[in-house]
Design a protein around this ligand. Structure first.
Ligand code: GLY
Ligand code: MN
Ligand code: MN
Length: 434
């Protein structure tokens, strides 16, 4: 638990109020085997953790709405043998007290208790469709409750996906969440500084990755928020390049997209810089266009603007830049209209950021782009990816650039959480000289 237990209790109360009536079943993530006797690093389910602060596997939150709302946790029992081998378990008794649940039971009792708790509830809320095995299990339990109809017991008539309710809550970050996200951003920015200072011609991409991971871990962030992209030269034009195995050549750019996870919250930063510390004229020309596009997008990130305003602002600058570079022909409007820019900029300019790197929340309300509000956090990440082709000036071949920052909307405009990672040409060249 990284925040005060009352904060999680408030979130549960808020969800219970929106449910009005019925029962909600919210499981955490499963442990996943990697190979023999080895598991992938365990990561709780974000929504489950948002409501509980409980980080152990094999746990389920049950909420019962109505006049006397209840929050019940199912978790692993204390077990000396398992704790000797695998480590500490909170256990139901301590979990109830420390985390402020109305009740807590051993996870082994889940099915039996759920058939009791589901009885006479009109609605069953769950993350419907998120995990087929869970959907099946809940349907089976509902059928078991239906079998008791002759004793006057009714099973929930309705099954509702509750993720939309939860995702709306997660979209607006509170002060405690922003505090953690500032730390994730600062730690990640520091790792990007370290990577720039370390990079030299002839090193391998994975050696730079090691510096990033070292800096994350050194400050207590044990995990990257997503697999780090350390892409030299042409690899920067592969959007999700994660091989990170190639040697770095002088005269090429290095694109690094990496961020750490701190107390369950992600940072997501991309920086692009010359391997040898000095931009060539062609690299600088493209870089300045992407940087200007990013500045325009960040300026458009303010309350009252819609979600697509930063993307549109970036696109106009990129379209003009692509015309100037002779990558696209026509006017800015015709390049936007024909979408010919998509050959060199094929992704959108950002996504919500929070517990998940691509965080929860809809981008449209009905068929309208959502209005930006204080507390929304998202990335601003324009780029330009130029693959070799006969109709492309050769000096630009294999230049791949993305510049990505994390931004929170404030009452006045926005705050760039990742500003400590240098990004102007002068700042980058200065840092790499030292
Ligand atoms: N690092 C993932 C992304 O930028 O969306
Ligand atoms: Mn991103
Ligand atoms: Mn990224």
């Amino acid at each position: 638990m990284t925040m005060a237990p009352t904060l999680y209790a408030q979130r549960r109360a808020c969800l219970l109020e929106q449910m009005c009536c019925g029962i909600a079943v919210i499981p955490t993530a499963e442990e996943v085997a990697r190979n023999g006797d080895t598991h992938y690093a365990y990561r709780h389910d974000s929504s489950f953790y948002y409501l509980t602060g409980f980080a152990e596997p094999e746990a389920v939150l049950v909420l019962i709405a109505g006049a006397a709302p209840q929050a019940i946790l199912f978790c692993r029992e204390k077990n000396l043998e398992r704790e000797i081998w695998d480590g500490y378990r909170v256990g139901p008794e301590a979990a109830q007290q420390q985390f402020g649940f109305d009740a807590a039971y051993p996870i082994a009792q889940l099915d039996e208790k759920l058939t009791e708790l589901m009885a006479n509830q009109p609605v069953l809320f769950c993350p419907l469709g998120a995990d087929a095995a869970w959907d099946q299990r809940l349907l089976r339990l509902r059928t078991a409750v239906q079998a008791k109809v002759r004793s006057g017991i009714r099973a929930p008539d309705e099954i509702r996906d509750m993720r939309a309710l939860l995702h709306e809550m997660r979209l607006l970050k509170d002060a405690a969440e922003l505090d953690i996200m500032r730390r994730a951003a600062a730690n990640s920015a520091q790792a990007h500084r370290r990577a720039k200072q370390f990079t030299r011609t002839g090193l391998f991409e994975y050696q730079v990755e090691a510096e990033l991971l070292h800096e994350f871990c050194r400050h207590g962030a044990r995990h990257a928020a997503y697999p780090s992209i350390v892409a030299g030269g042409a690899h920067a034009c592969v959007l999700h390049y994660v091989d990170n195995h190639a040697r770095l050549n002088g005269g090429e750019l290095l694109l690094i997209d990496a961020g750490c996870e701190v107390e369950g919250y992600a940072a997501d930063i991309t920086r692009t810089f010359p391997v040898n510390g000095k931009f060539s004229a062609a690299q600088k020309e493209v870089y300045e266009i992407v940087l200007a596009a990013q500045a325009a997008a960040i300026a458009a990130a303010r309350p009252g603007n819609t979600w697509d305003a930063p993307h549109d602002a970036a696109l106009r600058i990129l379209a003009q830049g692509f015309i100037d570079l002779k990558l696209c022909r026509g006017s800015v409007d015709s390049v936007l209209e024909s979408e010919s820019y998509k050959r060199f900029y094929m992704h959108r300019t950002g996504h919500w950021l929070g517990m998940d790197v691509h965080d929860a929340g809809d981008y449209k309300v009905g068929d309208q782009w959502r209005k930006l509000q204080p507390g929304m956090v998202f990335t601003v990440e324009p780029g330009c990816y130029i693959r070799p082709a006969d109709d492309v000036p050769q000096a630009l071949w294999n230049i791949g650039i993305r510049i990505e920052d994390d931004v929170v909307i404030t009452a006045q405009g926005s705050e760039v959480l990742t500003a400590a990672a240098p990004k102007t040409v002068a700042e980058i060249e200065e840092l790499m000289r030292t």
